[in-house]
Design a protein around this ligand. Structure first.
Ligand SMILES: [Fe+2]
Length: 275
């Protein structure tokens, strides 16, 4: 039996309904046709120029991404613009793109929960539940480790799982109650504090927020937004869809974060020791 773009959408909706997405988000069909038949499904965290070339070269006719293609309204589609030109080329080649974003972040067994579990966290509830009766659905997760662990051990575990560098805020100490948000988690700091977390793991945080948390005694592990979210796509969703759509050709494009570590630390001021 053939698979359509709509079947792919309905599949995601069955465990991560669009109604769970944040109000500012833009999930579902980005461009193309829901009625289109899919012969080769591609998965990637986001549509970049590189991903677009891969889609065209592999003759992918439906691309499923995490980050939506469109956040702001477009006033025109001009072929000379690299980004808009790519969309025109994809449309000409009959490619449809669907994106499922914050609904996949908040879902049980979704982006954040899978990452929390792989780090050994026994998840209690969402940091910011979508409603009072759905405590397990929402942005972020809070839970406990089976036994207290040094933050540096968890940092090592995290880096090994996602293959990206990790920054630590606060001293190395043993922690048990841990909160996590795979993407950009700065907005959830009030919930992290109110739920009694000793450590917060996230993909992005502002400098001054990190200083504030350091002062309040909350430790942080800050890693790479892309790598933290790509973990779910590569190690969970891709495998799950291959087993649930056995007759459909499905490929995953690993890609890479826009932030690449080139030098870890070298030289610098010795003032802190001398002054
Ligand atoms: Fe993200």
């Amino acid at each position: 039996m053939s698979t359509t773009v709509e079947d792919v959408c309905n599949y995601i909706e069955s465990f991560a309904p669009s109604s769970w997405a944040e109000p500012w988000d833009n999930v579902g069909l980005q461009f193309g046709s829901l009625r289109q038949e899919v012969t080769h499904l591609g998965l990637a965290l986001e549509l970049t120029l590189e991903v677009g070339e891969w889609v065209l070269a592999q003759k992918i006719d439906c691309l499923l991404t995490h980050h939506p293609v469109f956040f702001r309204p477009l006033k025109r589609l001009q072929a000379e613009d690299p980004w808009q030109g790519l969309i025109i080329r994809l449309l000409r080649e009959g490619v449809s793109v669907v994106s499922y974003h914050t609904n996949l972040d908040v879902a049980p067994g979704g982006v954040t929960e899978v990452l929390a579990e792989t780090l050994g966290l026994s998840v209690e509830e969402a940091l910011k539940p979508v409603s009072e009766d759905l405590k397990q659905v929402g942005l972020g997760r809070i839970g406990n480790l089976e036994k207290a662990l040094k933050i540096s051990i968890l940092a090592q575990r995290l880096s090994q799982r996602i293959g990206a560098p990790v920054f630590q805020v606060g001293p190395d100490r043993e922690v048990r109650r841990v909160a996590l948000c795979a993407g950009s988690g700065g907005d959830l700091l009030p919930q992290v504090l109110s739920k009694g977390a000793e450590l917060y793991i996230t993909g992005e945080i502002k400098h001054h927020a990190a200083r504030d948390m350091e002062t309040l005694g909350l430790s942080l592990l800050v890693s790479d937004h892309f790598a933290l979210e790509a973990y779910y796509f590569e190690h969970h969703l891709f495998q799950q869809m291959r087993s649930d759509f056995p007759s459909l050709k499905i490929s995953y494009y690993p890609g890479q974060s826009p932030f690449q570590l080139v030098i870890s630390a070298q030289g610098g001021s010795k003032c802190a020791k001398k002054c």
